[in-house]
Write a protein that binds this ligand. Structure first.
Ligand code: SF4
Length: 461
């Protein structure tokens, strides 16, 4: 039997409990268990005036932003509409049915003001990392690092070539905020000073973003989102925004490893990364700190003509010499010099030479040095660290590490596909940093919620 037609009836009084209407297995119920924002008001107290009109509760704004990043709603205007309409979002933000929401412009004012000055978003992110550590999800023994390109809020149509940009007279006082931030961060390795190479195009709307391309795809303006994760449960232990150039991404590794050591006393036994991180200085830096580099070495020693490469020669550290396959020594010096730096090239590369007479009479000369009188071999700075990385690459643990490395890529895939962060909404280095911090916080909270879901009981008010 067909029931009566549904008619809207304006009731005078409702008995309504948000608590009862939010499903027990809702993601936000599990996130609520692990979110500790109790320290926010104390953390921000120095950034608020003690007089004047009361502000919007900062905890409410952070809760709303976390709802947005957990469910892929990054427009603050739309976020206000969604929280207004969605009961679960209201419940999470401790808003009753009749409570008014802050205006969307409040977020922008706070983001550019006290949130940024106080580094509140980093504080919230680190609170979730501390929670993951407390729950036993982070051992700190094996960490992996990687970077992913995130498209910036900038287009080619509104950009200039390097020459046009240099010729333009930019007044830092009247320039847009993103341009001012670009000028302020030019001397930072993460944004301007990591590489002397000038970009091909510079965006007028977000000049700190990098004109770049991945996997031979069309180029676009982007920032790099750098994640340092603990591979036990793929918890993001640190995050950093940089320009999308390799030097800046690799430089962020040092920043993040130093920071997790300082903040959480985490010092990994091994660091897992791809070839981009396998430069000699990076490997040397890791080995100096007692971290095993599970990283493919960037090695250009191979020879395209099929003659013996450096790896065919044995290194004799005790006597500072190489031994060739025929058993002869290649030395840096045949005499003793008082200057220990003598013989080094400008980049700290040392050259080892065989004796001309020995090579001339050698039966293997055609396989070794067919076009020169005697064989020469160069030894890069940090070659010991490179050799350690090469030796690690032969072990079984290294194979395991290469599988674990995929966990960072999975997090980036989740970030783009599920959280919808394929393109930034905010401009400038600080805007990118804010978005990456909020997204990483949301990913860690979702991880905690998945591993430790809320028990099926009601929250006490
Ligand atoms: S050519 Fe010289 S360096 Fe090469 S194998 Fe013969 S002796 Fe050794």
């Amino acid at each position: 039997m067909m029931g009566p037609k549904q008619e809207a009836q304006a009731a005078l009084f409702y008995e309504f409990s948000l608590e009862e209407h939010v499903p027990q297995d809702h993601l936000l119920r599990s996130i609520e268990r692990h979110l500790d924002l109790s320290g926010i008001r104390g953390y921000l107290s120095d950034f608020y005036s003690h007089t004047g009109r009361p502000s919007v509760d900062p905890e409410l704004m952070i809760r709303m932003l976390l709802v947005g990043y957990c469910f892929g709603i990054r427009s603050e205007r739309r976020l206000c509409e969604e929280v207004h309409l969605n009961l679960a979002y209201r419940w999470f933000c401790s808003l009753d049915l009749t409570d008014r929401l802050p205006d969307h412009s409040t977020f922008s004012k706070n983001r550019h003001g006290r949130f940024r000055e106080s580094e509140l978003l980093r504080h919230v992110f680190e609170t979730t990392v501390a929670q993951c550590i407390a729950e036993g999800l982070v051992s700190g023994q094996r960490m992996a690092i990687d970077a992913s390109l995130i498209e910036a809020e900038a287009t080619k149509q509104h950009s200039a070539s390097q020459e046009e940009w240099d010729a333009a007279q930019i007044d830092a006082q009247t320039a847009p905020r993103a341009v001012r931030k670009y000028l302020e961060t030019l001397d930072e390795a993460a944004f301007g000073a990591a590489s002397p190479v000038k970009p091909k195009f510079i965006s007028y709307s977000d000049p700190a973003s990098q004109w770049t391309a991945a996997h031979k795809a069309p180029a676009f303006f982007a920032y790099s989102d750098n994640y340092l994760i603990d591979t036990d449960h793929s918890v993001i232990v640190d995050v950093e925004a940089t320009r999308s150039i390799r030097q800046a991404e690799v430089g962020s590794t040092k920043t993040m490893l130093d920071r997790v050591k300082k903040r959480f006393d985490l010092h990994p036994e091994r660091l897992i990364a791809d070839t981009a991180y396998g430069s000699a200085p990076m490997l040397g830096w890791l080995v100096d700190r007692g971290i095993d580099p599970h990283i493919p070495v960037i090695d250009k020693a191979g020879r395209p003509d099929g003659t013996w490469s450096r790896t065919d020669f044995e290194w004799d550290a005790e006597n500072d010499q190489y031994i060739c396959p025929e058993g002869h020594a290649l030395k840096q010096f045949r005499r003793n010099y008082s200057d220990p730096n003598r013989g080094l090239s400008g980049k700290g590369t040392a050259r080892y030479r065989a004796l001309k007479l020995t090579c001339q009479a050698c039966p293997s000369k055609a396989k070794c040095c067919p076009n020169t009188d005697a064989r020469k071999i160069t030894r890069e700075e940090h070659e010991d660290a490179r050799q350690i990385a090469r030796d690690i690459a032969k072990t079984r643990q290294y194979k395991v590490s290469m599988k674990l490395r995929k966990k960072v890529e999975m997090l980036f895939a989740h970030l783009k596909r599920i959280l919808g962060l394929g393109r930034l909404r905010l401009r400038g280095p600080c805007g990118a940093n804010d978005e990456f911090l909020l997204a990483a916080t949301a990913q860690n909270l979702r991880k905690l919620a998945k591993i430790f879901p809320a028990p099926q009981q009601m929250r006490t008010a």
